[in-house]
Design a protein around this ligand. Structure first.
Ligand code: ATP
Ligand code: MG
Length: 562
């Protein structure tokens, strides 16, 4: 793997190498057609994003096509709500499908294919109970036992199967099985079940069917019907490939797709299976599928992650044959990198402390000019009002600072971002609690814009907002949902939930330019982190979600001279 002829570009991963090889050999009609095949039984997560980027990416790179196919063969767990969200998520990630398909669109054809197998003596109706079938399947070391119904005649099988479809039997009374090999070392080849009777309402076919194909039966012919050339799936299907190939071989399908497996994405501090994500929602550990702590696409979107960052992350992790666990910090890094380039800088104070500049004229307001994004000159600048009473971050002041604290303290001078140097001259305290409630300061009018004409230096620059102009905001500080690197590794994953994964600050103060920021807008609160406007915002009271912190933690900032 990872080999490519010299001079043809970067090394290809094993899937792209294999596709290039197939194209060179003229296999699959010298075209590339892939599909992303979610089951609409939950919202997509970052693992699905890996599969989406791979399937759509490969198709783009090789001038091929990629379909979106819903694998909706399991009606009891599926819903149109999920279908709609999946379509939206794929588009949001920046991809457009060539064809939109549903496995349920093929139910009639799949039924005919099953009849075809019966006629060839390659499938039979088994009337054992599910329990009996399970007991006779054998183990990894012992062969299975053939069903007493295995040698039913073709006519009897055809009759029973059509009556299964007609609804003559109870759920579970019969199943249709492939007749392959009960002694196969691969358990998937021991006469796998192809159809079961299940009276369930399907979100698309309604009550038209009371028998439903198994995923393993539906998937290969669905691929073939869509002329898929490369059916990319995760490693747990490796053992199913012989069955995939057997079906393609024995069904009169119009194409011969090939299955290639790759390792699924696992992330530290994250649970990823839809079943667990559903439990987190249903048990109320999160506010919903789009809770910003969820690894779902909707959750990451609400948190402020960008599609570009997610695609970059998927590119960087690549695809491999072996399972591993990717550090979630890599995903956060990609998000931070993208936001650094594109998110405007603004000033917001999470825990406000009042500061009065006693020598600044009462009732005066001036506007200072602030660059919107030093990384992006085209982003321009804006005016921010400055006045006598400001708010600064409570953490940026210490009455009795330790040696390494360089920010504001009594008698000390610091810079206010893009404004003036100020010196703290005194504090006011709450007599009961002793807590500092207000700082008294003076400013040096000669330092307007942030530099002293005499060249004197200060060791810190603080962000601030003008008290009279500030907007009150709610800020939601999200942290990892789990404390453990591998949630559930030593028991129930719920025991690893981080009890402090959300801190809500109700009385933050942000600069007035944010009063009307629309949901989804992403900004950097200078010195604090990246935030995005939540959909819970109401006019005049925005709600911000912390997307990701800046590289420097607060502890580091404490010692930083900027
Ligand atoms: P889960 O195991 O989370 O419930 P799933 O595999 O059942 O997911 P599907 O809807 O069947 O979810 O998945 C659609 C496609 O996404 C499949 O091809 C599947 O292999 C792929 N996929 C799912 N999870 C991951 C993952 N963590 N990493 C990479 N691909 C994934
Ligand atoms: Mg699946």
């Amino acid at each position: 793997m990872d080999s490519t002829p010299a001079g043809t570009g970067p090394a290809l991963d094993f899937i792209r190498a294999r596709i290039a090889e197939d194209l060179a050999a003229g296999r699959g009609g010298s075209r590339v057609a892939t599909r992303f095949p979610p089951e609409p039984n939950g919202y997509l997560h970052i693992g699905h994003a890996k599969s989406i980027c791979l399937n759509f990416g490969v198709a783009q790179e090789f001038g091929g096509t990629c379909n979106l196919r819903f694998d909706d063969t399991n009606p009891t767990k599926e819903d149109v709500e999920y279908v709609e969200s999946i379509e939206e998520d794929v588009r949001w990630l920046g991809f457009e499908w060539a064809g939109l398909h549903f496995a349920s669109d093929y139910f009639e054809q799949l039924y005919d294919y099953a009849v075809h197998l019966i006629r060839r003596g390659l499938a039979y109706v088994d009337s054992q109970s599910a329990e009996q079938i399970r007991q006779r399947r054998g183990t990894l070391t012992e062969p299975g036992t053939e069903s007493p119904f295995r040698n039913r005649g073709i006519e009897e099988n055809l009759d029973l199967f059509s009556r299964m479809r007609a609804g003559e039997f109870e759920d579970g009374a019969h199943v249709l099985r492939a007749k392959i090999d009960m002694a196969s070392p691969n358990i998937n080849m021991r006469d796998p079940v192809l159809y079961r009777i299940r009276r369930a309402h399907h979100h698309r076919t309604g009550d038209a069917w009371c028998i439903y194909p198994m995923y393993d039966f539906a998937h290969p012919p669905s691929d073939a019907l869509e002329q898929i050339t490369h059916s990319l799936c995760t490693l747990e299907f490796e053992d199913h490939r012989p069955l995939y190939d057997w079906l393609i071989e024995h069904l009169p399908v119009p194409a011969r797709p090939r299955q290639i497996e790759f390792a699924r994405l696992n992330l530290t501090y994250t649970v990823m299976s839809k079943r667990r994500l559903l439990e987190l929602v249903q048990e109320g550990h999160v506010s919903g599928w789009d809770d910003p702590r969820m690894p779902t696409i909707v959750g990451m979107r609400r948190r402020g992650y960008t599609p570009d960052a997610i695609r970059t992350f998927c590119e960087r992790i690549g695809v491999a044959k072996r399972e591993n666990i990717v550090d979630v910090a890599l995903l956060e890094h990609a998000v931070r990198e993208d936001l650094n380039l594109h998110a405007p800088r603004v000033m917001g104070v999470l825990r406000p402390l009042r500061l009065v500049i006693e020598n600044y004229p009462e009732g005066q307001t001036e506007e200072v000019s602030v660059v919107n994004n030093p990384e992006d000159p085209s982003a321009g600048s804006r005016k921010v009002p400055f006045s006598r009473v400001l708010y600064i971050e409570r953490d940026d002041f210490m009455e009795d600072p330790p040696k390494k604290f360089f920010r504001l303290a009594p008698g000390r001078e610091v810079r206010l971002r893009c404004a003036y140097f100020i010196t703290c001259t005194g504090v006011t305290k709450d007599p009961a609690s002793g807590e500092v409630t207000e700082l008294r300061c003076t400013y040096d009018p000669a330092t307007r814009g942030g530099d002293a004409p005499d060249g004197r230096k200060v060791k810190a620059t603080l962000h601030w907002v003008s008290a009279a102009h500030a907007i009150a905001a709610e800020v939601r500080l999200y942290d990892r949902l789990f404390n453990a690197e591998q949630p559930g590794a030593s028991g129930d994953y719920r025991a690893d939930l981080n009890p402090n994964s959300l801190e809500v600050i109700r009385e933050a103060k942000v600069e007035p330019s944010l009063a009307a920021a629309a949901p989804g807008v992403r900004v950097q609160f200078e010195r604090i982190g990246y935030f995005s406007v939540d959909r819970d915002s109401v006019a005049g009271r925005p709600v911000f979600n912390r997307t990701v912190t800046l590289k420097d933690s607060w502890a580091k900032i404490a010692g930083r001279a900027d």
